[in-house]
Design a protein around this ligand. Structure first.
Ligand code: AMP
Ligand code: MG
Length: 406
């Protein structure tokens, strides 16, 4: 058995990005940049006004109120060629318009009498005020985004500002999903006696998509060698393979043996985590293979703790773990030492603190409490339990948390 932390380290040390592509900026949100990008020009390209107001010579306006003659007009989009601010004069200018020659300050319209022929400035003027200088945001040649940056709307805005329509990003891995078990029927069929719907394939596909990858559904392997051989072979063609069930100590738990027969190298089996103890991880060449336990709660929790960080790393993300924060327990939580315990909790905000209470029955077969949970508490392996009022680490589970009025 490996510890929770060892399992993560082994996984993250073994996964790699699978290639890069250039995609249109419109498709790039949520993807990870695959190259450092240098500014192809200064941003902004020319000095321009930060306010609607008047372009002035600062020395004309040292003592206020002062009166200047308005000799020109520069709306956004106009060219400043041939326009100059002469001594004792001002040019009416709008936000974003290039500042004219001679201008070394812009006076906002609110600090004037808004005159059109002549203008009176009411406030003292500082040199350089309200001018956005060429290259002050990003200078020509500066690296403005690094490889490994998550592309969000602000990055999109900057890339678009530089005219970069195509951006280099890491590929999204394809992730094969294989469920195993004779009791399973596919969604759409009514289960007969002893049968259940193969729900794990659907939740895994949803989680794979949410993590930014492309699910490839392989279907169901029956609990016999031939079926496992055929389906696992198919699954190993993807960039990643996830199997569910058939990985504990039952008579029909064939996944690990058959993966080994096909040439996959087992990196670990059994992790000090509850739920999710029987999780196995193997490498088939450069293809990571995650064998998750079949109970839907265990499947989803082990996906979130082990597979999701790997899928993010394979897409080039730097930060792959969900951020932990502290919550105060409303009630005590019992625990045996030895394994990290993942507890489904509901969070509330009260007097500036997060309060966590158990979402209810924590058995692995109870899915309801994972549906109800807004977060999970991570109880460290060595702990012997927590009392009401103790602080624990929690991470958000993707649910919206209702904020009580403050
Ligand atoms: P196993 O790991 O094969 O012992 O399965 C553990 C539990 O998970 C059993 O109750 C299975 O019926 C259930 N289970 C296994 N595979 C799935 C699946 N694809 N969808 C939903 N439940 C499953
Ligand atoms: Mg089974």
């Amino acid at each position: 058995m490996v510890s929770f932390e060892e399992a993560r380290t082994i996984i993250l040390n073994n996964v790699r990005t699978v290639g890069t592509e250039r995609i249109h900026l419109l498709e790039a949100t949520g993807r990870v940049l695959a190259e450092d990008l240098a500014a192809p020009c200064d941003m902004p390209l020319w000095d321009n006004s930060a306010m609607d107001g008047y372009a002035v010579r600062w020395q004309d306006c040292i003592s206020t109120p002062c009166r200047l003659r308005v000799t020109g007009y520069l709306p956004a989009g106009a060219k400043a060629d041939g326009i100059t601010v002469d001594a004792g004069c001002a040019v009416r200018i709008m936000t974003g318009a290039p500042t004219p020659a001679g201008c070394d300050a812009v006076v906002p319209v609110e600090e004037t009498d808004d005159g059109r022929q002549e203008v009176t400035l009411l406030e003292p003027v500082k040199k350089g005020q309200h001018i956005r200088f060429r290259g002050e945001d990003v200078a020509l040649g500066a690296i403005f985004v690094r490889s490994g940056t998550l592309i969000r709307p602000p990055e999109v805005n900057m890339l678009a500002g530089f005219g970069m329509a195509l951006v280099p990003v890491f590929l999204r891995p394809t992730v094969a999903i294989l469920s195993t078990g004779d009791e399973l029927v596919e969604l759409g069929r009514t289960p007969g006696p002893g049968e259940i719907v193969n729900s794990n394939t659907l939740s895994l596909a949803a989680a794979v998509k949410e993590a930014g990858c492309i699910p490839r559904i392989i279907g169901i392997a029956c609990d016999n060698r031939e079926s496992h051989l055929e389906k696992l072979r198919e699954g190993l063609k993807a960039d990643v393979l996830i199997t569910s069930a058939g990985v504990s100590a039952g008579d029909c738990d064939l996944v690990r043996d058959i993966l080994e027969e096909l040439g996959a190298k087992q990196m670990f089996w059994k992790v000090g985590i509850k739920p999710g103890g029987p999780t196995a991880f193997a490498m088939y060449g450069s293809t990571p293979v995650f064998s998750l336990p079949g109970n839907p709660v265990s499947t989803m929790i082990t996906f979130d703790e082990f597979v999701r960080p790997a899928l993010l790393r394979m897409q080039g993300h730097q930060h792959v773990l969900r951020p932990l924060f502290k919550a105060v327990l409303r009630e005590g939580l019992k625990k045996k030492p030895g394994k990290v315990q993942i507890v489904r909790v509901c969070l509330e905000r009260e007097q500036g603190r997060w309060l966590a209470s158990s979402a209810g029955n924590q058995q692995t077969a109870i899915l309801r409490t994972l549906v109800d949970a807004t977060a999970v508490a991570i109880l460290p392996a060595e702990s012997t339990g927590f009392a009401a009022g103790d602080e624990v680490d929690v991470h958000y589970y993707g649910n919206h948390i209702e904020m009580a009025p403050q």
